[in-house]
Structures are given as C-alpha cells and as structure tokens.
Write a protein that binds this ligand. Structure first.
Ligand code: FNR
Length: 177
C-alpha cells in the first residue's frame, strides 16, 4: 500500500504523550506509508468566523484532512472525556455541513494515558463524534494505551508490542480506503 496519513494529537503541549505516540508510529510505518503530524492550535469554534470564510489555519486543517488517505487521532483523556482542543478541531473539521473533509474519511482513533485505563472514555467520545459526520471509523480491536509514560523513550512511543498492535490497526484502516 502507498498512503499518506495525517496524525492529529489531541494535546498541545510540547512534551505530549499523544505526540510521542504519533512520532513513534511515524518511525515504524511500513515502506510507502508516511505520516504528517499537525497540531490542533485553532481559534475556538464560532459560526460567525466560519462563515462565509473560515480562518486560514482552519482551511489548512481541512485541506490536510482532504489530502490524507487516512487520519490517525491520538487523544488523551481529560476529566473522563476528550480534550476541548480535540473537540474544537473536530467541530471545525466537520464543516461546511455536508461537505466536511471527514465524511467517509478513514480514521483510526488511539487513546493513551499514564493511567492503566488508557483514556478509554475519551476514545469512546471521539468515536461518537466521528459517527456524526460520518467518518469511516476503523473497526476491530481498539487501540487504548495504558501506562503510556513507561512506553515512551526519547519523545517517541518505543514499546514494540504496542507499536505492532497499532500498525495492525493502521493496516485495517488502509484496507477500507
Ligand atoms: C488529565 N489526565 C487524565 N488522565 C486520565 O486517564 N483520565 C482523566 O480523566 C484525566 N483528566 C485530566 C484532566 C486534565 C485537565 C489534565 C491536564 C490531565 C492526565 C492525562 O492523562 C495526562 O496529563 C496526559 O499526559 C495528557 O496527555 P498528553 O498531553 O501527554 O498528550
């Protein structure tokens, strides 16, 4: 398979575990598959600034999604849910209504947390939001990474078993493309 992926971390901080998961995956992708990583630093969603024309950084996000063969979202869990940063970005990406770049787009959701629960509640929320579009969610075993802090080395996910499991999910995503 030749494919260009877009990686979206649900956290803005530079030392983010979510970003480290994406960086580890980026390095581990099979030949022919590449991934750009974009941060989700965007203004708060406001229909007044979405119409008639959204801000440039929103256009750039929508464009990057449109051009990707698949999107990999890595979300942390904030207070039993997805971070506002990620929900905000998904709300921007969900518009224009009926023409969102996410409609029919293959998406893989991964959650991670230093806790052993792995952000599974945030994972579920992201899935629900994507079903509203609808994006093409990747079915099969959910990638939920508990104890993530111990699985990162030098700013990258470095746990072989988790990398292998996640790459399997990326394969499944691309198989439905
Ligand atoms: C957290 N954290 C957290 N973890 C978790 O497993 N369940 C939770 O409900 C929460 N709630 C929560 C709220 C807020 C406001 C913060 C800042 C943090 C801890 C969280 O998993 C941890 O800070 C991660 O490192 C955040 O992800 P990044 O920034 O490393 O990608």
């Amino acid at each position: 398979v030749r494919a260009k992926l877009l990686g979206l971390p649900g956290s803005l901080r530079s030392n983010s575990n979510s970003l480290a998961v994406l960086r580890g995956l980026q390095d581990a992708l099979p030949a022919g598959v590449s991934m750009d990583i974009r941060d989700l630093r965007l203004p708060l969603y406001d229909q007044d600034i979405d119409n008639p024309d959204a801000p440039a950084e929103v256009h750039a996000l929508r464009q990057a999604i449109a051009e990707a063969d698949g999107v990999v979202i890595v979300t942390p869990e904030y207070n039993y849910g997805m971070p506002g940063v990620l929900k905000n970005a998904l709300d921007w990406a969900s518009r224009p209504y009926g023409k969102s770049a996410l409609i029919g787009k293959p998406v893989l959701v991964i959650s991670s947390s230093p806790a052993f629960t792995g952000g599974v509640r945030a994972h579920q929320q992201v899935n629900d939001t994507l079903l509203a579009l609808p994006a093409r969610l990747t079915a099969g075993p959910q990638v939920v990474i508990g104890g993530v802090a111990d699985k990162i080395k030098d700013g990258k996910l470095a746990d072989e078993a988790v990398l292998k499991f996640s790459l399997g999910a990326i394969d499944r995503m691309l198989a439905t493309k």
